[in-house]
Structure formats: C-alpha cells, structure tokens
Design a protein around this ligand. Structure first.
Ligand SMILES: *Cc1c(COP(=O)(O)O)cnc(C)c1O
Length: 397
C-alpha cells in the first residue's frame, strides 16, 4: 500500500490456511434475526445441520457440534473417551500435532510422540511397529492429524487404520481433520475412525467458533467408562438434547444458520468436485513454487497437502519479513512458520471458497512480493500455474 493510503483497495487476499474466505452467501445466511433456540424453527435448523454434517464426515453415526474452535473439539475427543493416566500415541508431524500432544499432557494423559522432522506426514509402518511392541495394550488411543496444517503434509488415514488392525491393537483411533474436511476426501465410517475432530473455519467456509466430533460406536462405549472430567464438552448431554433438536446450552445460533448453507453449497458443487478443485489448486501452487526454484517443506511427494503449501525461502531470507512486506504492498496474507523452521518458510493456504482465478491472483502477488523482497527466484512460477490450470480445464498444453 502506498505510504499515504488510508485503506487497502479491493478484497483482501486471505491465503492463510484458515480461517478461510467466507462466501457472501454464508455471510447473508448468518445475517438474519435471532430466533428462539428452544423453538420449533430452531429444532428444524438443528436437525438440518446434524444430518448435513454427517454427509461431510461420511458417517451414519451422530456428529457433535460444539460452540468452540477446533481446539475445543480436540479436548472433547480426549476427555470423552480417556481416563487419567491413559497412554495415547501421537505422531510429531508439526506444530498442530505438538499442540494436541501438549493438551493431552495437560489434561492428565501420558502422551507418547513418534518423533519426526516436520517434513512428512505420519508413517503407518512406524505406528504399526510401536503398537506391536505394546504387548500389554497400554496404549488407549492413536491420534493423528489427517492434514498437518503447519507443514502441508497429508497422512493416509485408511492406511493408519490398516496398521492398527495389522498390529491387532484395540486402541481407539482419533483423527484431526480440521484442515482437510470438506477439502479432500474423508470417510469417518469407512476408514474406521473412532473420533474425527473437525472445525468450521477451513473447508467448511464458516467463520471460526464451531467445531465437531464425529464418533463411532466404539468411542461411545469408551465414553461410558471414561473418567477424565468433562462438562461443557460431555457427549451424553449433547446427544440427549440433539435428539429433540436442541443443545444443552445456547448454541452459536448464527453459525448454525451459516453451517446449513455451507453444507448446501458443498453439495451443490458436489463433494468430489470440491476435492478435485483443491487437488488442482494444490498442484498449481506446487508447480509455481518449483518454477520459482523454491523448496517445499514437505519432502514426501506422496503426502502433499491439497489445502496448504509450505514454501521454504533460501538461507538468509526472513519469511516473516517477506510476509509483512507482501501484506503491506499487495494486501495478501500467508500462514506463518513454526518450531525449528520459524522464520524459514511461509504457507499459502488454498482451501475453502477459492477458485482458480483467485489462486492465480495470489500466486501473481506472491511472485511480485518475492521479487520485491529480493528473494532470488526464477521467474515464471505464476505462469507455470496458469499453464497447469489451463490444461487441467482442457486448454492447450
Ligand atoms: C486450525 C487447526 C487446529 C486448531 O483449531 P482452532 O480452531 O484454531 O482451535 C487444529 N488442528 C489443525 C490441523 C488445524 O488446522
């Protein structure tokens, strides 16, 4: 932005990996008079949301809707199924996995990490090997992130399920699908997940403030004997009230108005088309980065995230300074970097209500910002993305 300009012009390019841009149609749906949250109209809205969200998680079991961000639903997954001192196995895929592990420890669980270098998703073989060693079945849950938002690594959930089964281990299987749900295929029932944790502000295209637990029958039985304290997040109170279309307390009424429309929009586009769009945007972004000569933080090409790409800057270039300058000059936001890589990479979020043209705008802005910041790149990253997307839509190669 020019020195004396008092406002950024045009729409902000929100390319953080959540919250994502909220479609106008969702905003309009939320901009309605408040209705009685114990009245018949509200019960209809609740039921529509509860049924609709099942189609997103691909489950026939109940899904709990919380008035909390994803972090709340993480806590709910653990406190509803575990008892003090229980051992949980987690994988150090990155910052979000680290935060979930810290939470597990804070609430009185013994959390064990399978160490990793933050440049991969979770490895099914490593999980299987650790479970095979656990002869006394002390591990009560395996918790992984479907998509590690801090690094851009997608873990194959069906394969982790197979690994748990191959080890003959009875642990519950919990999956954080916050930054993958409604952006890439996710199958709670088919993949045998016991608790799936979702959030509103990423693929579901809502503002932050709502999150989900999809639960299996096995998780529901574990809930009956689980001894960690739970009150606000207790599943049983929720399930009882949800049966009649209500919540144990005042839910986020306008978020539910938005959720009903967000789900409708996802089905209008078609979930498979939604997934194909995200895969396409991810590939276009990676091609841009490659053409610039910049390195993807994720080293495992079979586990590239369809929703976010983490791009390393060359040694000596400060990614935080780059992001600040890009925001100032081109009104675009990227995700930050964490842990041992803090300041070394930036993340382009390409999830939610984002189309090809918006991505090309973002990649064009990124190429300009990289030049402005003096990062030594090869030109033509945005062009590589344009060529890929044009070809993907049937254009000449
Ligand atoms: C965003 C995110 C979270 C945290 O959710 P909040 O809504 O910020 O509490 C957790 N896990 C993953 C994978 C995420 O992307």
């Amino acid at each position: 932005m020019a020195q004396n300009s008092s406002r950024p012009v045009g729409r902000h390019f929100l390319h953080i990996p959540g919250p994502t841009p909220v479609p106008d149609r969702v905003l309009r749906a939320m901009d309605t008079p408040i209705i009685d949250h114990r009245g018949p109209e509200f019960a209809r809205l609740t039921k529509k949301c509860l049924e609709g969200i099942k189609t997103i998680f691909k489950t026939t079991n109940p899904v709990i809707i919380y008035t909390a961000t994803g972090t709340g639903a993480w806590e709910a997954a653990l406190t509803n199924t575990m008892s003090p001192g229980d051992k949980v196995l987690m994988v150090e895929t990155g910052q979000f996995a680290t935060l979930w592990k810290k939470m597990a420890e804070r609430i009185g669980l013994q959390a064990e990490f399978i160490a990793s270098d933050w440049r991969n998703g979770a490895d099914p073989k490593a999980i299987e090997a650790r479970l095979r060693e656990d002869k006394n079945k002390e591990i009560k849950a395996v918790c992984v992130l479907h998509n590690e938002t801090s690094t851009g690594a997608l873990t194959p959930i069906a394969e982790i399920r197979k690994a748990i089964d191959a080890a003959g281990h009875p642990a519950l299987f919990m999956v954080d699908t916050i930054s993958s749900l409604a952006s890439t295929d996710y199958r709670h029932d088919e993949w045998g997940v016991d608790v799936s944790v979702g959030g509103a502000q990423k693929g579901l295209m809502l503002p932050p403030g709502m999150s989900f637990n999809a639960i299996s029958d096995k998780a529901l039985s574990a809930n009956k004997t689980s001894k960690l304290p739970k009150s606000f997040f207790a599943w049983d109170d929720m399930l009882n009230m949800n049966k009649v279309g209500f919540f144990p307390y005042t839910p986020a009424t306008q978020m539910l108005q938005g959720l009903a429309v967000g789900i409708e929009m996802l089905h209008e586009e078609g979930l498979d088309n939604v997934f194909a769009r995200h895969a396409r945007l991810g590939e276009a972004t990676r091609r841009a980065a490659k053409a610039w000569g910049l390195e993807n933080l994720n080293k495992n090409a079979s586990q590239y995230s369809p929703t976010i790409t983490a791009i390393l800057l060359p040694e000596g270039h400060d990614a935080d300074k780059f992001r600040a300058q890009a925001l100032e000059t081109f009104n675009i936001s990227y995700g930050a970097s964490f842990g041992q890589y803090a300041g070394k990479y930036f993340r382009i979020g390409h999830l939610g209500d984002i189309n090809d043209a918006m991505l090309i705008g973002a990649l064009g802005a990124t190429e300009m910002a990289l030049q402005l910041a003096g990062v030594p790149i090869k030109k033509g990253g945005a062009q590589a993305a344009i060529d890929y997307l044009a070809a993907a839509h049937g254009g000449a190669k």
